[in-house]
Design a protein around this ligand. Structure first.
Ligand code: URA
Length: 245
């Protein structure tokens, strides 16, 4: 009982014990006792006559998405879905943003709409880093264009970080591309624009999260520190952006 009250932010564990001893807490209309078992999901708990609202517990999953999966919860064509890879009962996860069917890499899934909004809305400008294997070798001028922004049919892309990581067999090269926006097929369109189409694309990181320790198709849960850090980071980023304007 006292633990549940403390977790709901009523006060310290000791203070909550005092409330219970003073008979100021009711559970389902009965006076609560110290140490009694309660279920915040089902029991009605009142302190000084006021009902306690418990923040809903959310689930946060970091998936190493393989190629050949759609990042939507439904697919009219019946293709494999990323949610098939995270079979959790009783939780309705949805992907945070999208990776194309043929893109692999880091994808978050959650049932927390608020965090999904913070991570995908351009106003919060969260960095996402991709490795793109492209045809040919872009010139320094072409890379400069990508960094500054290129004019796509939907508008000019925001400044990006671009580095050429090296040449690969068959006259291809590997680019590292970091963006703060996430338009549909953006990396593919940007590379196409400079005449170096993408052959393979993988998202390596999102903010401070990366794929360390995961194999393709595997997932792990985010811990509470990571979730908290994502939330505060997005909000701080927005404040900085506003100051810069
Ligand atoms: N950019 C793309 O072109 N595709 C993705 O899946 C992600 C970013």
């Amino acid at each position: 009982m006292q633990k549940v009250l403390a977790q709901a932010g009523i006060g310290s564990r000791r203070y909550c014990e005092e409330l219970i001893r003073a008979q100021r807490v009711l559970v389902n209309d009965q006076v609560a006792a110290l140490g009694m078992k309660v279920d915040p999901g089902h029991d009605k708990i009142l302190v000084d006559g006021k009902e306690i609202k418990f923040p809903k517990k959310h689930t946060y999953v970091l998936l190493y998405k393989p190629k050949g999966y759609v990042s939507t919860v439904r697919d009219p064509q019946g293709r494999p879905k990323v949610t098939d890879l995270v079979p959790l009962s009783g939780v309705r996860l949805f992907p945070v943003g999208r990776l194309d069917y043929q893109t692999s890499g880091l994808l978050l899934l959650t049932d927390d709409g608020e965090l999904a909004y913070l991570l995908t809305h351009p106003r919060f400008g969260v960095w996402k880093t991709y490795h793109a294997l492209v045809e040919g070798k872009p010139s320094p001028d072409a890379l400069k264009m990508l960094r500054r922004g290129v004019l796509l049919p939907e508008g000019k892309t925001s400044p990006a970080k671009i580095s050429l990581l090296g040449m690969r067999p068959n006259n291809r090269c590997l680019l590292e591309i970091s963006l703060r926006e996430g338009r549909k097929r953006q990396v593919r369109k940007m590379c196409e624009f400079i005449g170096h189409p993408v052959v393979e694309l993988e998202r390596k990181s999102l903010a401070f999260l990366n794929l360390d320790g995961l194999q393709v198709g595997e997932y792990r849960f985010l811990n509470s520190e990571e979730v908290q850090k994502l939330k505060t980071m997005a909000v701080r980023q927005e404040t900085n952006n506003r100051r810069r304007k």
